[in-house]
Design a protein. Structure first.
Length: 234
C-alpha cells in the first residue's frame, strides 16, 4: 500500500532522515519505534506532505506523493493523527469531527462518520457539545483519532497516541487502534512506548538518528536483545 524509497529530509544543514526505506502492506499495523529525535515524526510528516523531501520517493499504491499537497493526500486516503492531538480547542467535539469531514461533500457520509466515531469512542458522544479544550488528555486523543477517521482513510498515521496518558488509558487507546485496524484501516504507528507498539504491530522498523537500523516481525523485534536494552528498558 505504501512504499518509501531512500527518503531524505533536511532541516537546514541537519539531515533529519537519511535514505530511509520501508513499506506498509494493506491490512497491517506497522510500528516505527526509536528514541527522541530519531526522525519518527519527520517520517510521518513527509508522508502527509507537510514537510518537503530532499530526495527519495513516497509511493501510495502506484501514485507518487512527492509533489502532492497535504489536503490532496487526505483525499487519496491517508490521514494523520498528529503528536500532541492538535484538536481545535475552541470548537465543540461535534464541530471538530465535522472539520475532519471537510473533504466529504456527501452529508450522509459525514453523519455516518460521526456515528462511527461515537461508536468507537462513546465518551465523545457524552461530550458532544463540550469545547475540545475542556476535555481530558485521553478524551482529546480520542477526538483527534475520531476526527482523522472522518475521511475514511485507507491508511491512518498515528503519531505518539499514548503520549502523556495514564497507563489505563494507554491500554484503552491501543485496544481501539486494534479495533480500527480490524475494521479494515491499515495503520502506521509512531510510538515511544515500544512495548505496547510491538505488542499490537505485525511488523516494525527501528529508527536511529534518521536511519532504519533494524526491521522485522514485531514479535521477533520485541525479543531482540538490542531492542529490549535500548527501547524496552531492560
Amino acid at each position: 500500500m505504501l512504499r518509501v524509497e531512500n527518503l531524505s529530509v533536511n532541516y537546514g544543514a541537519i539531515k533529519a532522515l537519511k535514505k530511509v526505506s520501508f513499506e506498509v502492506k494493506q491490512g497491517e499495523i506497522v510500528a516505527l519505534i526509536g528514541g527522541n529525535g530519531a526522525g519518527k515524526t519527520t517520517t510521518l510528516n513527509s508522508i502527509s506532505g507537510i514537510l518537503p523531501i530532499h530526495e527519495g520517493k513516497i509511493l501510495f499504491g502506484d501514485k507518487d506523493l512527492t509533489r502532492i499537497p497535504p489536503h490532496e493526500i487526505v483525499k487519496l486516503g491517508i490521514c494523520q493523527v498528529p503528536e500532541g492531538r492538535r484538536v481545535f480547542a475552541n470548537m465543540s467535539v461535534l464541530e471538530n469531527l465535522e472539520m475532519g469531514g471537510y473533504s466529504i461533500s456527501d452529508k450522509k457520509a459525514v453523519s455516518e462518520g460521526i456515528e462511527r466515531a461515537f461508536t468507537l469512542f462513546p465518551r465523545l458522544k457524552e461530550r458532544m457539545k463540550q469545547l475540545a479544550k475542556t476535555l481530558s488528555g485521553g478524551e482529546q486523543q480520542m477526538l483527534a483519532m475520531g476526527r482523522a477517521l472522518m475521511s475514511s482513510p485507507k491508511l491512518l498515521l498515528l503519531d505518539e497516541p499514548s503520549m502523556g496518558l495514564a497507563p489505563m488509558l494507554v491500554e484503552k487507546i491501543f485496544e481501539i487502534v486494534v479495533e480500527i485496524n480490524r475494521q479494515g484501516t491499515t495503520i502506521m504507528l509512531v510510538e515511544q512506548n515500544a512495548n505496547m507498539a510491538l505488542s499490537i504491530a505485525n511488523r516494525a522498523y527501528v529508527l536511529e538518528t534518521g536511519e532504519v537500523v533494524l526491521s522485522g516481525i514485531a514479535a521477533d523485534l520485541a525479543q531482540d536483545p538490542e531492542v529490549r536494552k535500548a527501547y524496552l528498558g531492560e
